[in-house]
Design a protein around this ligand. Structure first.
Ligand SMILES: [Fe+2]
Ligand SMILES: [Fe+2]
Length: 399
């Protein structure tokens, strides 16, 4: 599977074109560079005094799993049947929430029939999984950066386990898309832009805030929504495994940032508030299915013009922030300096999530998450949801 950034512009007829068009520059077309200047830090302090990070590291080492062995790749996936079954089981019609555009006067999808919505839903699933895939690669690169640039040995230890986790997630989503789904889409431009700004910044604590709190928080919510709706057993297990890792990742960010923020000046703290807001705003600007509409002959501008009236679309978008807001509150970002970020989140209509369960609290660091022996045959291709803490299935709003 190869996806170039040009694919977004050249795609038509419901599917992006796969692979570079010019053989002579094939390698260049698949590489995307971000220039960065930052300090790689050794530490000669090998004492391990940070208990939270130590426990997280111990938990991570015991929770490793293998994409090849622990998921049942023999399961046959029929994407169209998967979409129809999901609609039947959940009562949420195929293509939702985009399907609610049917009711809008002058909507370009007003004449679509059920088969067209099923086709759209299949491609929408591909687009979502593609963003998961690209976001996971972003997480892989950001975490590798943290291992280099963080000055604490406990964070280097823990971060190294997250590097392995993220590589595994990239592998899992890439394989699922490649073997089970009809197509893969390029990265969303807002997600790419946020990843670029995180990776090009020399301040390592902003890598934590951008990746571990905002992007990972968004991913946890999006995974939870997909887990709450899909009926496909391989995808369900894949998401459960990935989410069990992701809950640790957000907790890593919270534990580390709490220590950093304790010593930050008021001005520097304000800068972090602004960064969190900008990152959230950038993620909000991702029009739902932005990678998809042009391939159906409909521009994103047409869709955006219809959105203010679309309550269900808005609720769906807002729910994606349900993990980020409580974690920002936990870090003190919401109410610093007269509640500047609280006001911004009020304007974005996401402040209502401030008291939702906080990821760092949800993850019981002394609990039994995935204390599994990898060679235990009973655990292969199955997952015990009771062993999972800090993971939450999120209901999709239908009205
Ligand atoms: Fe991940
Ligand atoms: Fe992660």
């Amino acid at each position: 599977m190869t996806i170039t950034q040009d694919d977004a512009a050249t795609s038509s007829g419901g599917s992006p074109v796969e692979g570079p068009s010019d053989g002579a520059t094939a390698f260049d077309q698949l590489i995307d560079k971000v220039r960065a200047e930052f300090d790689t830090q050794f530490t000669w302090d090998y004492e391990r005094g940070r208990d939270g990070l130590n426990r997280l590291y111990e938990k991570a080492k015991r929770s490793q799993w293998n994409v090849s062995d622990d998921l049942d790749w023999s399961i046959d996936v029929d994407p169209e049947r998967m979409v129809r079954l999901q609609a039947e089981t959940t009562g949420i019609p195929a293509g939702f929430p985009a399907r609610s555009l049917l009711d809008v006067k002058g909507s370009p999808v007003a004449s679509w029939n059920d088969d067209q919505w099923v086709d759209f839903a299949v491609n929408s699933q591909c687009a979502s999984l593609s963003q998961f895939l690209h976001g996971e690669q972003g997480a892989l690169l950001c975490t590798a950066r943290l291992v280099e640039s963080v000055p604490w040995i406990e964070a280097k230890y823990y971060g190294s386990t997250q590097v392995v986790d993220e590589a595994r997630h990239v592998e899992a989503f890439a394989r699922y898309l490649d073997e089970k789904m009809p197509t893969t889409y390029p990265i969303n431009e807002n997600l790419k832009s946020l990843l670029d700004s995180v990776l090009s910044d020399e301040r390592w604590d902003l890598v934590y805030l951008g990746m571990q709190v905002v992007i990972e928080g968004l991913a946890l919510a999006a995974f939870g929504m997909m887990l709450g709706t899909t009926q496909e057993p391989l995808l369900k297990n894949l998401l459960r495994y990935v989410m069990s890792d992701e809950a640790r990742h957000v907790a890593f960010g919270i534990l580390s940032l709490q220590e950093i923020y304790a010593d930050l000046s008021a001005d520097d703290f304000r800068l972090r508030q602004e960064f969190a807001f900008e990152a959230c705003n950038q993620m909000r600007r991702r029009t739902l299915n932005a990678e998809l509409w042009p391939s159906y002959g409909i521009s994103n501008e047409e869709i955006e013009a219809l959105l203010p009236d679309q309550n269900s679309q808005q609720k769906f978008q807002q729910l994606l922030f349900s993990k980020i807001v409580p974690n920002c509150k936990k870090l003190g970002l919401l109410d610093h300096r007269d509640g500047w970020l609280r006001e911004r989140f009020q304007e974005m209509n996401i402040i209502q999530f401030e008291d939702w369960e906080n990821t760092a609290e949800a993850l019981d660091l002394d609990g039994p998450v995935a204390d599994r022996e990898l060679d235990d045959a009973a655990n292969r291709a199955s997952f015990d949801p009771d062993a999972l803490q800090g993971v939450e299935v999120i209901d999709t709003p239908t009205h």
